[in-house]
Structure formats: C-alpha cells, structure tokens
Design a protein around this ligand. Structure first.
Ligand code: F6P
Length: 490
C-alpha cells in the first residue's frame, strides 16, 4: 500500500528544485466570523477533502479564492496563512474576488454554464457574455497570484477543475519553466454535448496549455479527445493519448481520485466518534431501527429526490418496515450554490418531499426521513457513516464521488452496504457495491431491500473487498501517479 510517507519521499526525490503549487477555486480552510470570534472550518468539497492530505504530505502553496468572512483577518502581507491551523503544514494563499466576480465567474460561467454542460442531467446550461468575460478576468487573477508565488523559478503547478481552464497558458506566458498539470474533477461529456458551448475552442485551447491533463476515468478522457479532435486542428496520438497543438503536447490520462483511507479508518474509531454516535441515537430516540444515510452537497446532480422517492416506494410496497424493523433514513445535506435558481428550487422540492413522505407514512411518533440541512463536522459525518446499515449515493452523473469511498473507509467493522449509482466514476472501481440506475425509483427501492436483507456474512465479504480496493488505491497513490507522470514529461 502506498502511504503518505511514500508520497513525501517521491516528492522530495522527484520534485527537488521545483516549487509545488496547487490552484483551485475552493479553499481548503475557511475563516468565518461567528459573533466576534473567528472560526476555521473545512468546506463540503470532494476536491479539498482529497487534496488536503496530499498538501500536508508535500508542503508547498495552495492558491484559492478567499471566501470566508474573516479570511482577510488572518493572512499576512502576501495574503497567505499557514494551514491546517494546528500544524501549519503548508501555505494557503488567498485570491480576493469582488461580489460581482463571484456572481459572474463562479455562479455564472462555472456553475450555470460549465457545470450543467458537463453533467448530463438534462439541465440546460446558460451562456452569458458578461459571465464569460468575468471568468476570463478571474482566471487572470488566479494566474497572477501563482506568478507572484513562483516568479520565474522552476515550479510544478497543479491546477484543479473547471473554474480555471485558462490559467495554465497565462502562467506559462510569463514563466515558461513552469510545468502544469490540470485535473478535471467532474465528467467530460460527449462531443455533441460540449460543442454547444460558444467558447468551446477557447476552453479547449486553454486546457491544452497544460503538459498533463487528468480525468477520473478513461471514458471521460475518450470524450475529451473526441471533442478536441472535432473542434481543433491538432494531432492526436491514440497510443500515447496525447494531443499536439501549436507545437505543444499535452498528455491526457485517467487518474481515479480517492481518499486518505488510513486516516479516515483511524479517525472513525476514535472515542469522540463513539460519543457522537451515542448522542445521535439519544437525540433521535434510536434503538433497533435500521439506519440508512445519504450525505451530500445539495446539488441537482446528486439524485436526492430520487432516493427519497425510493424510500416512499419501499414503504408503500413493504409496509412492514413501518412497524417492525423500522427504517430511519437520515439525509444530511449541506446547502450549496443557493443563488442559482435550480438549486433554490431543489431545496424547496426536497423540503416538500420530506414533509409529504413523512406525513403519509408516520406511525405513532415514528417517521421515516430525518432531513438535516446544515454543515456538519467531520466527526458527525463519521458517526453517521458508522451508524448506517446502508448508504445511498444516487448521483445522476458524477465524476467520481468520494462520499462512497469515505463510507467504505470508515467501516472498520466491515459492515454496511453501499448502494451506488452506475453513473458515478466510483462505480467502475467499487464493484461490490449494489449498483443502481438512479433514474429508477423502483430499482433503488429494491436495492435498499437487498441491503437490509443481506446476511451479515455477505456484507462482510463485500465490504472487505471494497476496503481493500480503496486502501490500495488511496489518494496518495493518485497524487503519486500524477507527479510521476509529470516527472516523466519534464
Ligand atoms: O467535485 C466537483 C466540485 O465542483 C469541486 O470542484 C468542488 O470542490 C465541489 O464540487 C464543491 O463545489 P463548490 O466548490 O462549488 O462548493
């Protein structure tokens, strides 16, 4: 198994003489005013969850948007602050954006255009010229922050996601010694879907400024290469999986992202998690009920209404679960991107569904769905993971989905069943999960029954295999594979 130490060694050996810089929109630590006190929290983000342990191992600088109300209070003259607060293992350098920038670049182009464009969930993307101009301008601000950090020195810059497609070329224009890799955390759709973007060519050209471009799975890489092939005059090598355009070659590879299995495994067994489990049981009066969980950002790609409807369908078809072996399904959802109309509507839809399903199925004080719509600490999330007989990840489309891998990592007891959408990147690896079509409410309902009725021995067998896979393919291996490929390229 590849460990944190192994990654540290690799970075020391292979990246000697190079500055290591990660760039993303979302920051890994957010400082916020709570009354007149400053609190530091971690966001609900697969990207930051995955990269924080990597940065703790590698050191270096993480450049990200400073979005917290107290972010400006804690930085030095270079807008930097050591994080995590208790260890200071690496530097977080914050980029400041105006409210209008955030509206147009983050909510507008990134999340109303690119997000629905890349997730095939039948939400129409909204393209707006002003948003695109702001997006270009904000990409310039991120590139400037990176350049402020690296100057003209040798650096390995690792860019994240769809918010920053233009950054690599802007950096290289000023510092040709910089090597850049970019990881695309969401799906890449087929070329027919992507070509409706009025700025398709600028985005592809921007991404091809990188030396290495990573997707979660080979299928997304295939879609990307087809998109490029149709859109640009370039040479594609289908053996090496590279694209040569304007005398520059970009290697395109799949790197399935993962989690820090060992750390989650260990943390999930801490006494504070035991205490939290007891507190949850006490608060909700849980005795021998069957607990199901869904832990998500509230996003229309996650298939939350579909899984709630599955609970409804199950109780309608098998009313015995209302009286004996009662089910309690906890849906934990962190509100997200609520300025966008579709997200606001989704919040309303979920509230309505929960109220309706609970009112129709409740019996003497019991009701099937407990919806907790707020940010929860990592300890609470681990406690829910451990309490669950089953966990539902029913994304309609998802690049990878790390909630699934976190659930597996936190089950040292080898119990618990994962019900997983076929349309996640994770479904390619996690074969022992119960795979579902999330568009089929009946399919999810039947899989919940299968999970509940699965004998202990089979649960152990499946979970043991899932854990072995996530342990082996952890986030350190993911980072090491990317860094090793970068080193080969340089
Ligand atoms: O995984 C895709 C992603 O957009 C990440 O880039 C991001 O960190 C996460 O979802 C959460 O989204 P946001 O940063 O917009 O809250």
């Amino acid at each position: 198994m590849f460990k944190q130490m192994d990654l540290q060694r690799l970075v020391k050996e292979k990246l000697a003489g190079y500055l290591f810089v990660v760039v993303s929109n979302r920051e890994p630590y957010i400082h916020t005013y709570v009354g007149d006190k400053i609190e530091c929290t971690v966001p609900a983000s697969g990207l930051t969850t995955a990269l924080d342990p990597v940065m703790r191992a590698c050191g270096g600088t993480w450049v990200a948007h400073g979005s917290g109300s107290a972010d400006k209070e804690v930085v030095d003259s270079k807008n930097s602050v050591p994080v995590p607060p208790e260890y200071g293992s690496y530097k977080l350098k914050r980029v400041w954006l105006s409210d209008e920038d955030v509206d147009r670049y983050y909510f507008g182009f990134s999340n109303e255009a690119l997000w629905p464009l890349c997730h095939i969930v039948f939400q129409r993307p909204r393209f707006n010229d002003e948003d695109w101009y702001a997006y270009k301008n904000v990409n310039r601000l991120f590139a400037e922050a990176v350049l402020e950090e690296i100057g003209r020195r040798k650096a390995f810059v690792f860019i994240q996601d769809y918010h920053l497609t233009l950054v690599s070329r802007l950096i290289k224009a000023k510092n040709p010694r910089a090597i850049t890799a970019q990881f695309w955390h969401i799906p890449w759709p087929n070329r027919e879907a992507f070509r409706v973007c009025p700025w398709q060519n600028e985005i592809l050209y921007g991404l091809l400024g990188n030396d290495l471009l990573g997707f979660h799975i080979a299928y997304h890489r295939h879609n990307f290469l087809e998109t490029v092939d149709r859109a640009l005059e370039c040479r594609i090598d289908n053996e090496k999986f590279s694209v040569t355009h304007s005398n520059h070659t970009t290697f395109v590879r799949p790197f399935p992202i993962s989690v820090d299995f060992d750390a989650i495994n260990e943390r999930s067994q801490a006494t504070e998690v035991d205490r939290e489990m007891a507190a949850i049981k006490n608060k909700y009066g849980i005795t021998d009920e069957i607990i199901g969980i869904g832990l998500d950002r509230i996003d229309y790609t996650k298939g939350i209404p579909e899984r709630l409807k599955a609970i409804d369908a199950l109780l309608t078809k098998y009313p015995k679960y209302k009286y004996k072996n009662r089910i309690i399904f906890f849906q934990l959802g962190e509100p997200s991107r609520i300025k966008i109309k579709q997200y606001e509507e989704l919040n309303t839809e979920i509230d309505r569904l929960v109220a309706d399903i609970n009112s129709r199925h409740q019996t003497d004080g019991w009701y099937p769905i407990i919806y907790i719509k707020e940010h929860k600490s990592p300890v609470t999330l681990l406690a829910f993971n451990r309490l669950a007989r089953f966990c539902i990840v029913s994304s309609l489309h998802d690049g990878m989905n790390l909630v699934a891998k976190e659930f597996i990592s936190s089950r040292a007891d080898r119990d618990g069943v994962l019900i997983l959408s076929r349309f996640t990147g994770a479904a390619r690896e996690l074969e022992e999960a119960l795979l579902v079509n999330p568009y089929s409410v009946q399919d999810i309902a039947e899989m919940i029954i299968a999970a509940i009725e699965m004998p202990l021995e089979q649960r152990h067998e499946r979970m043991t295999k899932l854990r072995a896979r996530v342990r082996e393919h952890n986030v350190y291996r993911w980072a090491a594979d990317i860094i090793s490929d970068m080193v080969d390229i340089k």
